[in-house]
Design a protein around this ligand. Sequence first.
Ligand code: IDP
Ligand code: MG
Length: 140
Amino acid sequence: MSLTLAILKPDAVGSSKAGKILAHLEGAGFRVRALKLLSLSKEQAGAFYAVHRERGFYAELVEFMTSGPVIPMVLEADDAVAKLRGAIGATDPAEAAPGTVRKLFAESKGRNAIHASDSDENAKGEIAFFFSEYDRIAVR
Ligand code: IDP
Ligand code: MG
């Protein structure tokens, strides 16, 4: 078993789809090991997505991720990073496979409902970004 980080984004939380997405992920075999709801500051969102700093969509992404509350969560499964990337589908919901979270619940390439870590190394850093050792009693 391994861990990954998902974030239910402001479009999903704001349109009351968080429960449906969580049920979908649990149905796909993920176990929730830590979860909370919070609002990101511009600084936090900018730091989280710092890898995209030079991209044309960076300002729009930071604006969007600070437009309402988000729900970061630690998910556990066999090969959790790859399994979650498969379950969420392509970045643009128009290109996402049928049955994926983004195909089912996302609006657009920017407002695409969910984030998922893209490597074990990034998952480790992204989990630590949101969850302290105290929060992470369940995931030790
Ligand atoms: P990913 O979330 O599928 O890993 P990335 O390429 O890492 O996709 O991009 C991070 C996030 O930035 C996307 O989930 C999406 O919210 C936003 N984003 C990516 N490309 C675009 C774009 O072309 N326009 C607007 N937003 C974008
Ligand atoms: Mg990415």
